[in-house]
Write a protein that binds this ligand. Structure first.
Ligand code: DSN
Length: 422
């Protein structure tokens, strides 16, 4: 076969971009070499529709063992009662949960996308807002934190069947217990989408969603530092019966309804090469070195947020409890789009992001979102965060053509740090 030089040259260029750049996109990270190796393995050749031990294809004895290991390791990591590791992404995991517990037209209550929520939590442009009837809660304008009284009021008024918590641009911890309390009052289920802070929750640095929420979904590639993918979990004692019956009239368990909603409900064959890589990442996340990594991610985020605040940047909610922060740039007279473009010229990657009560459209925005998961994997600590804050300030505050010098500084900072951990 003729080697596809075009594609491999582009992959090489992307590797170089990742090597020399400063990756501050809050949802990205760098996987270990063994996670990478599993993703490029012969497992990609295998069809395995169904679950371990119950497949629709022959020859699944080894992928069965792999998938069982992934499930067991994930359950251990989160102290979960049950897990499905097949969702191809976080969006797929959320789609499966909604298919499992809702009927078209049912009401859902999610965190407003423009306040930091996610498309799959009821946005009108997403299946969740098209198939179901979405309602929203947001943050308090003064504090920038989730307005739990608003959430409670909305829940009591709307009586949704599902309350969704979790976010993609929110730097504070969640009060899961409080959300569960109001859900119990109205007989709603609670779904926590912990995609962003999953690793920090697993290692006990943030409140545990699995203790209070009926169903928990996550991606595996953000703070969890695994391959691109999704998972669904049930916390202990949440194997609730939903009142649904099988053909023999027996009550069906939540786990079985969720399994069926993943396959055949929303997906076909599972990606066993990705599931193997997930299993490796879960084992890595159980290690002491990953725990220390999580501690450093949070320390780095706190230092970066404090340094940016000193330089006059407005961090929504005044700081961070996790790996991320959302910066409102209105006082800097620059839009999110302009900031993203200026920073990329200096080899710093961030994403423009709506801020709560934004007056700019989503393609422009008034803010940027920053996270420390990736740079911490590269080995950066508090000292580097001080430098990063100064460089961001210099890029955004000046109109001088300093970007070349700045990108050289960034490259010096990143070049010596390996792309693969472990
Ligand atoms: N795109 C992801 C993020 O950046 O947070 C969420 O899907």
């Amino acid at each position: 076969m003729i080697r596809d030089k075009k594609i491999f040259n582009l992959i090489k260029k992307e590797e170089q971009r990742q090597l020399i750049g400063l990756e501050l996109i809050a949802s990205e990270n760098y996987v270990s070499s063994q996670v990478m190796e599993a993703m490029g393995s012969v497992l990609t050749n295998k069809y395995a529709e169904g679950l371990p031990g119950k497949r629709y294809y022959g020859g699944c004895e080894f992928v069965d063992e792999i998938e069982n290991l992934a499930i067991e390791r994930l359950k251990k990591l989160f102290n979960a009662q049950w897990a499905n590791v097949q969702p191809h992404s976080g969006a797929q995991a959320n789609a499966a949960v909604m298919l499992a517990v809702l009927k078209p037209g049912d009401k859902i209550l999610g965190f407003d996308l423009s306040h930091g929520g996610h498309l799959t939590h009821g946005s009108p442009v997403n299946f969740s807002g098209k198939l179901y009837q979405p309602h929203f809660y947001g943050v308090n304008k003064e504090t920038g934190r989730v307005d739990y009284s608003m959430l409670e009021k909305q829940a009591l008024k709307v009586k949704p069947k599902l309350i969704i918590c979790g976010a993609s641009a929110y730097s504070r911890d969640w009060e899961y217990e409080r959300i569960r309390k109001v859900a119990d009052e109205i007989g709603a289920l609670v779904l926590a989408d912990i995609s962003h802070p999953a690793g920090l929750i697993a290692r006990g640095l943030l409140n545990d969603a699995l203790l209070h929420c009926h169903i928990v979904t996550s991606t595996t590639h953000k703070t969890l530092r695994g391959p691109r993918g999704g998972v669904i979990m049930l916390g202990k004692d949440f194997e609730n019966k939903l009142g649904l019956k099988d053909k023999k009239g027996n009550l069906r368990m939540m786990s079985s309804i969720l399994d069926s909603a993943v396959f055949p409900g929303t997906q076909g064959g599972p990606l066993e090469h990705i599931i193997a890589a997930k299993a490796i990442a879960f084992e890595e996340a159980l290690s002491d070195s990953y725990f220390n990594y999580c501690l450093q991610v949070v320390k780095n985020a706190k230092v970066l947020s404090a340094e940016l605040t000193k330089l006059g940047f407005n961090i929504i909610s005044g700081g961070t409890d996790n790996h991320s922060m959302l910066i409102d740039l209105k006082n800097k007279n620059i839009t999110g789009k302009e900031a993203e473009e200026k920073l990329i010229k200096a080899h710093i990657t961030v994403n423009k992001n709506m801020v709560p009560f934004d007056t700019q459209p989503p393609f422009i925005t008034s803010g940027i979102r920053i996270g420390t998961a990736a740079v911490t994997t590269r080995g950066m600590k508090e000292k580097e965060m001080v430098i990063v804050a100064q460089i961001i300030n210099e890029v955004l505050e000046t109109n001088r053509p300093t970007n070349k010098i700045i990108s050289l500084n960034i490259n010096q900072l990143t070049n010596k740090l390996p792309l693969f951990n472990g």
